[in-house]
Ligand binder design. Structure first.
Ligand SMILES: *Cc1c(COP(=O)(O)O)cnc(C)c1O
Length: 405
């Protein structure tokens, strides 16, 4: 079929979900706008600072702004956090002490945390005698029975990953996070519940911290950076927990008193303001992709017609060549480095070759339209982001055209 026609038909089918997405975006935009008004944001908050950064009003106010949006007592938002992995590492080391038990209940945490948790002799949590256990999910649902069992050990921390990451499962809905958090808090009230919130922000009307989660962690080159924050991460939650974590970010007792940034804070503020709308565009792109790949007889996660709960759509291809070609087309449709052809390569830390399309303004920013996959069965590609819906649509038109050849 003509690719333009196919896309138009898919768009019609997606209309119902699109309307729901619009409503969520309006709700979240209002939430963010009100947070700006409440914190009386003005141009002075964008000013750079230097040296120790005492009384850095831009930094302090940005922290408060995120805390307002996520309905938490406190937050750390900082360009000094290198990426999502660094934010998560800082949060984990901030609260865990030797002998403590950490339990992940949503399968294995994101790949980059493997060495943070279990690495040997590199300053991992294991090196500091923090114990780790894992409860895998069963068909995308929490294994409540096993979670009850492990809660008897009174873990210091229970960890969940909201997004699907590189796993073949749906992202956790807030409803699911709410139910399991209630169980954890009833069974072991002192256990800290932490959620890796990467890719989840503004996908629903509420966040994990609205349903009893103690602390959430994320990256500013993903959803809450709105596509323009140049770097950084955030950690938001209860103030005693955030204080502990701030001592790990800088130094014990110094916490958030120090830390300067000799560039404008403007993109962090503006990025947060744009985030609900940018996330909306990315999700609409995901939904369109679900319908399109369904027409082409590929299986996707989420499956066609289902409301996404993060900004990633996974596609199962039949052959390695299809996966590679798909990533190459996404690259070709990128505003940056469109002339580059990505090839599978042996990326450090992976056992199989990986192929990646990342023609992004901010290096590696996956709120921008990107795609990647590991070249091994079952040949799954992960397509995420999209600053504008139109960009996603144009890329999909080209993908349909090329894959049908
Ligand atoms: C991206 C991501 C991370 C790590 O973030 P980086 O910025 O790549 O270090 C952690 N967890 C999840 C679920 C992610 O999507």
């Amino acid at each position: 079929m003509n690719s333009n026609l196919l896309i138009e038909q898919c768009e019609k089918k997606a209309q119902n979900l699109f309307n729901q997405i619009d409503e969520i975006a309006l709700y979240n935009q209002n939430k963010v706008l009100n947070a700006f008004r409440e914190n009386r944001i003005s141009a002075m908050h964008f000013q750079p600072s230097n040296g120790y950064g005492y009384d850095d009003i831009g930094r302090d106010t940005l922290n408060r702004l995120f805390a307002t949006v996520f309905h938490t007592e406190s937050a750390i938002v900082s360009p000094l956090i290198a990426n999502g992995t660094h934010a998560l590492t800082t949060a984990l080391f901030g609260v865990l002490r030797p002998g403590d038990l950490m339990v992940s209940i949503s399968d294995k945490p994101y790949d980059t945390l493997d060495e943070v948790i279990n690495g040997n002799g590199i300053g991992s949590l294991a090196d500091f005698n923090v114990k780790y256990q894992q409860v895998d999910m069963i068909d995308g649902e929490f294994d409540v029975q096993s979670i009850f069992t492990v809660l008897k050990l009174k873990p210091k921390l229970v960890f969940m990953q909201r997004s699907k990451g590189y796993l073949w499962r749906d992202a956790l809905s807030i409803e699911k996070i709410k139910k399991i958090t209630e169980i954890i808090k009833q069974t072991s009230p002192n256990t800290i519940v932490m959620v890796d919130n990467c890719y989840g922000e503004f996908v629903e009307k509420i966040e994990p911290t609205d349903v009893g989660v103690d602390v959430i962690v994320g990256s500013l080159t993903k959803n809450p950076g709105g596509g323009i924050a140049p770097t950084g991460g955030y950690i938001a939650g209860k103030s005693d927990i955030i204080t502990q974590i701030s001592y790990r970010l800088t130094a014990p007792s110094l916490g958030l008193e120090v830390g300067s940034y000799f560039a404008s804070y403007l993109p962090f503020y503006q990025g947060l303001f744009l985030a609900p709308s940018t996330v909306k565009n990315a999700i609409k792109g995901n939904i369109l992709a679900e319908y399109v790949f369904n027409e082409l007889n590929f299986i996707t996660m989420p499956s066609v017609g289902k409301m996404p709960t993060d900004i990633i759509v996974s596609v199962k291809f039949n052959r390695a060549e299809e996966l590679v070609k798909f990533c190459q087309i996404v690259q070709k449709c990128s505003p940056i480095d469109s002339y580059v052809t990505p090839e599978p390569w042996d990326m450090p830390g992976y056992n199989h070759q990986v192929v990646m399309a990342a023609g992004t303004f901010v290096q590696g920013a996956s709120l921008e339209l990107t795609a990647d996959g590991t070249v091994r069965e079952p040949f799954v590609a992960y397509m995420q982001g999209g600053l504008t819906y139109e960009h996603c649509k144009l890329a999909l038109i080209e993908i349909v055209h090329e894959l049908q050849k």
